[in-house]
Design a protein around this ligand. Structure first.
Ligand code: ZN
Ligand code: ZN
Length: 404
């Protein structure tokens, strides 16, 4: 048992039996794990433009309750995060309103329309830590390659949302026995695989680090391993829902199971869990994508795509991989996303920012009505999980404490 002292927003001392100084708040972490602050590198905060789905306040409150001291927010806002003045305006709002650290991800193409590369150097100077058209795939390979070439001198990984638009068509779920039984249009797994292969080739050709968002198929894993064997500087993330659920969730919970890429087969989910265990997968990321109840109810064909994830994540990851060593668990949630994004965090070293997540085995039930997020839809409603965050410290400030 060791204690950790923070002051002025940084870790100042680690040792056994530290005495509390006058005025210091003491958090009891007996029977709990004290980890570097968790980082979710794939979150939709919805501002600017969609505050009816989520706000900076509700999204970052959901983050700290879920154990996240930092998130990276995707640029599919209105307007899109495709110009330096838009990034600067968002950073101003975040400084005043966010309850955790938030790192903006800039768009790759103007308006995320896939036609014309953004000025990624200008976005980087304004504060974008990475680049993605997430929600969309940059379908024109020439445009994506030009954007990557133009970014040669610019830090920041490219993050690919991988769904071939033509192969996907009007799909609302994975193509397979369940989609056929339900009579719903499905997207084949190769709609993801071909874009993963293509984008990793573009990453190698342009000598850029590349990150695959929400990888969901066993085929995509094979292309990732192939590309790495040929020198690709490639990383990838997996979501809680792709680790634990299958396309049958669309049958069982309707629109709450609608997400892109879609929930796949039991074989895909098993391959993803194995790929976490063997180190092929680098990052746990939620793809937190809140929508209103009205948008997530009714006909699966019409419903919005995606759902909330920040507040179920720690429980769901541990549930999916209860045999994962704790050091690996923390690496996937903190060390690795910090390294991939090139942001502070991921360490509890003296002198590091005092971003700390304390978690423990505390059985709990997912009750969406208690979410801080405005998005109450989740296919995990009612699920029983054992692990959860019990405190989140951001820059030395206790942003969340389960026990008050
Ligand atoms: Zn996406
Ligand atoms: Zn996303």
């Amino acid at each position: 048992m060791r204690d950790l002292r923070v002051a002025s927003g940084v870790i100042v001392e680690i040792g056994e039996h530290l005495d509390a100084h006058d005025g210091e708040r003491v958090l009891d972490a007996t029977n709990a794990i004290v980890a570097p602050g968790f980082i979710d590198m794939h979150v939709h905060l919805r501002e600017p433009g969609f505050a009816y789905k989520e706000t900076i306040e509700t999204g970052t409150e959901a983050a700290v309750r879920g154990g996240f001291a930092a998130v990276a927010c995707m640029p599919n806002t209105h307007p899109a995060l495709d110009a330096p003045e838009i990034i600067a305006a968002l950073l101003g709002e975040l400084a005043a309103r966010a309850r955790c650290r938030v790192y903006p991800i800039g768009a790759i193409t103007r308006g995320r329309a896939g036609l014309e590369p953004c000025d990624v150097a200008a976005l980087s100077r304004a504060g974008a830590v990475a680049f993605s058209d997430d929600g969309n795939t940059v379908m024109n390979a020439r445009v994506l390659r030009d954007a990557a070439l133009a970014a040669r001198q610019t830090p920041g990984v490219f993050i690919s949302h991988c769904e071939d638009e033509a192969l996907k068509g009007d799909a609302v779920m994975h193509e397979g026995a369940t989609s056929r039984a339900l009579g719903l249009p499905g997207a084949p797994a190769i709609a993801e695989d071909v874009i993963v292969a293509r984008d990793l080739l573009i990453g190698m050709d342009t000598s850029r680090p590349w990150h695959i968002a929400h990888l969901s198929t066993h085929g995509a894993l094979e292309y990732l391993e192939h590309a790495r064997a040929h020198g690709a500087n490639a990383t990838c993330e997996v979501t809680p829902h792709h680790l634990l659920l299958t396309d049958e969730a669309v049958r069982d919970c309707g629109a709450a199971g609608k997400v892109n890429p879609p929930l796949r087969t039991a074989g895909d989910a098993r391959a993803l869990r194995d790929a976490v265990r063997d180190g092929t997968i680098d990052v746990f990321a939620t793809d937190h994508a809140p929508h209103t109840d009205a948008e997530k109810s009714g006909d699966v064909r019409e419903a919005a795509v995606g759902f909330s994830g920040l507040e179920i994540a720690v429980g769901a990851y541990a549930h999916a991989l209860d045999d994962l060593p704790l050091l690996r668990f923390v690496a996937l949630l903190s060390t690795n996303p910090a390294r991939i994004l090139g942001i502070p965090g991921g360490t509890l070293a003296v002198g590091a920012p005092a971003d700390v997540t304390i978690f423990a085995e505390r059985p709990w039930t997912v009750e969406p009505s208690t979410f801080a997020s405005k998005g109450k839809s989740t296919p995990f409603a009612g699920a029983r999980f054992s692990r959860r965050a019990i405190a989140t410290i951001v820059g030395g400030r206790v942003a969340f404490s389960l026990d008050g």
